[in-house]
Design a protein around this ligand. Structure first.
Ligand code: ZN
Length: 277
């Protein structure tokens, strides 16, 4: 008689062999093993090499150091309390008019002028940055690249980024990073972990729900770029509100930061003339 445990055991052994052969990593947010062709050092290396390309593609850095330091300050405050606080996170505001935010492997996070103009509090900004930090922590972009493109793309990316780099390959890889879609499960994990990080950094968690509301209202007028790579907000607002009710309803003393955001971002953006595309 066949041992009924055998198929499970075989699957486990095959799974372990697969992980040893091609590489797996534990996602610190979900605690689950995932296919991962990149080592964390390669995430960081790819981020360092491709973030200038991504920055250029998104219209370049907004030339206002006070604004950049404000955005970076909010991001660093959240990054210090995430699951990978030792990574080197960079938060950069870029000129693009699209409503978007992007995390590049290794801790490079970009937020567009179009997005910044639509927000009204520091807690809402913390909601976006917390979500993107959680994608970096979970290494979702490296996992998605591993799943979708396999070893070939990884080698091509590293070769393209080399000293004698191939500009065409580098540009193609940058576009792939910018158009990566994660699973609904990855997005939900990033929402919930991002919200936990916000609260640990003393931001009121309803900021994330408000951000979803703002983006949902905009989406009803025209398609929002953020939703070309993210699920629509309806269902997300529901589970985030449930998380607030179940976990944070009694937490006091958290920051909204309406005036700080007005001075640190909105007033500064109005002083400048946006770059035309
Ligand atoms: Zn996301």
């Amino acid at each position: 008689m066949v041992n009924p445990k055998f198929p499970k055991l075989l699957l486990l052994i095959l799974g372990l062999c697969w992980c040893l052969l091609v590489g797996c990593a534990v996602n610190p947010i979900s605690g689950e093993e995932e296919l991962m062709l990149f080592a964390p050092e390669e995430d960081i290396q790819l981020g360092r090499q491709y973030s200038p390309e991504v920055e250029k593609e998104l219209g370049g850095r907004i030339a206002d150091e006070a604004l950049q330091s404000y955005i970076d300050g909010v991001g660093q405050r959240i990054a210090r309390v995430c699951h990978r606080p030792d990574w080197d996170y960079r938060f950069v505001a870029v000129e693009h008019e699209s409503v978007n935010a992007v995390a590049v492997p290794g801790g490079y996070i970009f937020i567009t002028r179009g997005m910044l103009e639509k927000l009204s509090t520091e807690a809402q900004l913390a909601g976006i940055l917390g979500h993107e930090i959680a994608h970096v922590v979970a290494r979702d972009s490296a996992a998605a690249l591993s799943r979708e493109y396999g070893m070939g793309i990884l080698l091509a990316a590293i070769q393209a980024a080399g000293a004698s780099g191939d500009a065409v390959k580098a540009a193609a890889f940058t576009k792939q990073i910018l158009s990566l879609r994660y699973s609904r499960k990855d997005e939900q994990e990033a929402d919930l972990a991002g919200m936990d990080y916000m609260v640990r950094a003393a931001y009121v968690p309803s900021g994330m729900v408000e951000t979803m509301q703002i983006l949902r209202d905009l989406q009803q007028v025209r398609p929002i770029e953020f939703f070309s790579t993210h699920p629509l907000p309806q269902n997300r607002m529901m589970y985030l509100s449930q998380r607030i009710a179940s976990r944070y309803s009694n937490v006091g003393g958290l920051n909204v930061g309406r005036e700080d955001y007005r001075q640190g971002v909105l007033a500064r953006l109005q002083q400048e003339t946006p770059v035309e595309f």
